[in-house]
Structures are given as structure tokens and as C-alpha cells.
Design a protein. Structure first.
Length: 131
């Protein structure tokens, strides 16, 4: 809803198994700084209208399909890269082997063997980092 959620600073979407797309209207969530999308296995694209969130500083994906991440790659395959290009921190994070693996936006197109932004870090460090 345009003009809605005027004071919201953080939003997390977690485990909406049937969620296929999200649309953000211009003027909605004008103060949002962090958007986390987790385990939404049917989500096909980055939220439409995310480019309107001028205060967004962190966009993070937890355990999301590689297909979605390819749409925001900074290469010719990333048809929606322009939507997230101005966001300072865009990450994809996976829980593997008892720790978090964090990948930067630039590594999304490189697949499973992409260089990690950070080495494996524990959950407490990740939680503290995003506060």
C-alpha cells in the first residue's frame, strides 16, 4: 500500500512456501533500512518496486533458490540487477556445516563454488552483524 508502514525500519519474510512474487508500491515503507527474505522457495524474482526503497541499506537472502539470485547478478543474465544496484549491502546466506556462508552480490553468478564474502561464521556473529 502506497504510504503504508511509514516508520518500519526492518522487514523479514520467512518461509512463505507459496509466495511467488512481491510488489512494493512507490511511497510504501519509506524508512526501511533492512529487508530479509528467508526460505521462500517459490519466490521467482526480487521484489518488484524494491528500487523505490531509497533508504534500504541491506538486502539479504537466507536459503533462497539460486534461480532467484541469478536475476540480480551484475552480469548479462541479471535482468533485475538494476533494481538492487544502488543497495550498499546485498548478500545471500546459507547454513552449512554448522556455520553461515555469506556470499556477496558479485558472487551470485558464480554458482555453488563462488568465493565467499566471509569465511564460515557462527550464527551469533551473523545476528550481531545485522543489528
Amino acid at each position: 500500500m502506497a504510504g503504508g508502514f511509514k516508520k518500519l525500519k526492518q522487514l523479514g519474510l520467512d518461509k512463505f512456501d507459496e509466495l511467488r512474487f512481491v510488489e512494493i508500491q512507490e511511497g510504501a515503507m519509506p524508512c526501511i533500512e533492512k529487508l530479509s527474505i528467508q526460505r521462500c522457495k517459490s519466490l521467482e524474482k526480487v521484489p518488484l518496486g524494491i528500487e523505490h526503497l531509497s533508504e534500504l541499506k541491506v538486502l539479504e537472502f537466507f536459503d533462497m533458490p539460486h534461480k532467484l539470485l541469478k536475476t540480480i547478478c551484475p552480469d548479462e543474465e541479471g535482468e533485475d540487477y538494476w533494481r538492487v544496484a544502488r543497495i550498499p549491502e546485498v548478500y545471500s546466506t546459507y547454513w552449512r556445516g554448522g556455520g553461515w556462508e555469506v556470499y556477496s552480490l558479485e558472487s551470485f553468478s558464480e554458482g555453488e563454488n563462488a568465493p565467499m564474502l566471509n569465511t564460515v561464521i557462527n550464527g551469533w556473529e551473523l545476528q550481531t552483524r545485522w543489528k
